[in-house]
Ligand binder design. Structure first.
Ligand SMILES: Nc1ncnc2c1ncn2[C@@H]1O[C@H](COP(=O)(O)OP(=O)(O)OP(=O)(O)O)[C@@H](O)[C@H]1O
Length: 587
């Protein structure tokens, strides 16, 4: 651990250890609430801030955890410690069921379903007699540890601090891990994550369960801290307040959740003291204050308070230390071997035939370009080959596999990698992390391994691979910089490095030169020639004829969805059909 981190951790341990001796009981009780709420807000950092999924049902999961342990300990006489695994299991199970039903759907279905779930659970808590209906459950027994009662808030404080520290550490590790990168990539859209071999549904389900687990833990703490549970604290309003906490602090960072929970809970305490002095409608005014706060945050500080500060790097990523830190590489097919066969490929959009019986093949080691005027069907053909679209008819065979029958998420495992016409990098991630995403399918560590750091051997290899690819494009010196700080030409190079990190047999490039200046195009052309020299086959769609002619071995020309010509650049240049349909205007 670097010295600065050791110093920070020690200072924090001393501050937390001494707090109950220095602060009065009001402040300790306040800190307990902050800790309990921060755990839920950290769940939202994972779910909403990182993964882009909104849940209005987090307080319902808190309630589930709280009621589970309350019923077990107060009504059934079990140890409150038994309540912890039960609260966690119940939260995870409900999240699994809700997730399985909704997470396949795109759009705002999850938000709507969690809203309904939040409303239903509050109604249930308030109406089921066995749960104490509106009176709730009293006399929840305190926790005991080694025979010592944790009933006093000063002692409970240590339990909250330990749970919060555990959550902060494991969730920080998770976000930095292979699955953490996948979580942060979700916002890039399904086509991107699928092309990297990331199962979008599984990751969404995973983070929904993680956030529910944290809410369940928070509920367990809440029940044994307050020793009473009733329906009111678990309403939709509280769920919105959790979202507000994460948004104020900065939903993209764990530190944001801590800051947001601290500010919001303190503000709540202050308003509850002050407002009744001026008005008998303190509750309503408080809601208005929160509403205004939300609008202000959305208007002026979308990344929350944390986003107002420059990025602090507590650790510097090091390249691999030894030669054994390398991922196994696949054996590339020998140059000239048949690799990709496209047969009668057809795609209809309603009455429009965008691609009409296109057939061609690509041999290993070739650079093949696909050209054609606007609307010719190039992108559609590209998307059919890369698995982003399914054909209406025809087949794409790659190294013996029928790609049209494969799940698109598996293509990267077969050796198919791609780049995008509109660069799809994750702007808030470093160059290194963006390229590491490319190697996602080459290792298989899961959420648990990431959260508990059992993934370091694999991570070190993936990091080494990403450094190697960054060196290849001449950007290893900027590995730690945010990718959004690069000009477009270098961003395209990073996309190529990311694709190469998957150890592809074929690289599909969608208009790689679009938007580049002349010098950037020359650099890109040289990079692609180097990649080809290393044995990777290239198939590209491109508008820029000069760029294509100087780079490729063969060209396929499409027009109105049909394949009009195929040949070497010289043959294409002199082909009358091409000259008329495509080059005519340029000559
Ligand atoms: N999802 C879609 N739904 C309906 N029509 C589509 C869809 N995608 C493409 N098309 C249509 O299919 C035809 C071919 O489009 P495509 O984008 O493949 O052409 P292109 O050669 O890539 O053109 P450009 O160079 O302008 O990108 C166009 O007429 C387009 O409007």
């Amino acid at each position: 651990m670097p010295n600065r981190t050791v110093f920070l951790v020690m200072a924090l341990v001393i501050a937390v250890g001494g707090a109950p001796f220095v602060l009065g009981s009001f402040y300790i009780a306040l800190l307990n609430f902050i800790g309990i709420y921060a755990i839920v807000a950290i769940g939202l950092v994972i779910l909403t801030g990182s993964g882009g999924l909104t849940s209005f049902g987090q307080s319902a999961f808190v309630g589930l955890g709280a009621y589970a342990t309350a019923v077990l300990s107060a009504k059934m006489g079990f140890s409150p410690w038994i309540g912890l695994p039960v609260a966690l299991l119940l939260s995870a199970l409900v999240a699994l069921i809700l997730g399985l039903v909704t997470l396949h759907l795109s759009g705002h279905y999850l938000a709507l379903v969690t809203l309904a779930w939040g409303m239903v659970i509050t109604l249930l808590f308030g109406n089921i007699e066995a749960l104490g209906a509106h009176t709730g459950i009293n006399d929840i027994p305190p926790l005991f540890f080694a025979g010592i009662s944790l009933a006093p808030q000063e002692r409970f404080f240590y339990l909250v601090a330990i749970c919060l520290a555990f959550v902060v550490v494991t969730m920080t590790f998770l976000l930095r891990s292979r699955q953490g990168r996948a979580i942060r990539a979700l916002r890039g859209g399904k086509t991107l994550v699928t092309s990297l071999g990331i199962n979008e549904f599984r990751i969404r389900l995973g983070i929904f369960i993680v956030a529910a687990l944290l809410a369940g833990l928070s509920g367990w703490l809440y029940a044994h801290s307050q020793r009473y549970v009733g329906p009111d604290p678990f309403s939709i309003q509280t769920s919105i307040e959790f979202l507000l906490m994460a948004a104020i602090g900065g939903a993209g960072h764990i530190a944001g959740a801590l800051i947001g929970a601290t500010l919001f809970t303190s503000l709540h305490a202050v308003l509850q003291d002050i407002l009744p002095l001026f008005t008998s409608r303190a509750g309503n005014i408080e809601k208005i204050v929160y509403g205004c706060l939300f609008i202000l945050v959305l208007q002026y500080a979308r990344s929350g308070i944390v986003g107002m500060f420059p990025r602090i790097k507590l650790h510097k990523t090091q390249p691999a230390r030894s030669a054994t830190d390398t991922l196994p590489r696949r054996v590339l097919p020998a140059r000239g071997e048949p690799l990709l066969q496209v047969t009668d490929l057809t795609k209809r959009f309603g009455g429009l035939t965008a691609v009409d019986k296109v057939s061609f093949d690509v041999r290993a080691g070739e650079i093949v370009g696909m050209i054609g005027p606007n609307g010719a069907g190039k992108s559609t053909t590209f998307n059919l080959i890369s698995g982003a679209l399914h054909p209406s008819q025809g087949a794409v065979t790659f190294a013996g596999h029928n790609l049209t029958k494969e799940r698109s998420v598996n293509l990267v495992n077969l050796g198919v990698a791609r780049t995008f016409q509109h660069v799809k990098l994750r702007p808030n991630m470093s160059l290194l992390e963006n390229v590491m995403l490319g190697a996602y399918a080459r290792t298989n560590t899961g959420f648990l391994a990431g959260a508990f750091r059992y993934d370091q051997a694999d991570e070190s290899k993936v990091r080494a691979e990403a450094f190697r690819q960054l060196q290849r494009i001449g950007l290893s010196g900027r590995a730690e910089d945010l990718v959004s700080s690069l000009p477009l030409g270098q961003q395209r190079a990073v996309e190529i490095a990311r694709a190469l990190a998957s150890d592809p047999i074929i690289l599909l490039l969608d208009e790689p030169a679009a938007g580049l200046r002349r010098l950037e195009k020359d650099q890109l052309s040289q990079l692609l020639k180097d990649v080809s020299a290393a044995g990777v086959t290239l198939l590209l769609v491109e508008h820029d004829m000069e760029f294509v002619m100087g780079l490729v071995d063969r060209i396929i020309m499409l027009d109105f969805g049909r394949q009009r010509a195929m040949g070497t650049p010289a043959e294409i240049r002199s082909n009358p059909v091409v000259r008329e349909a495509y080059l005519g205007a340029a000559q």
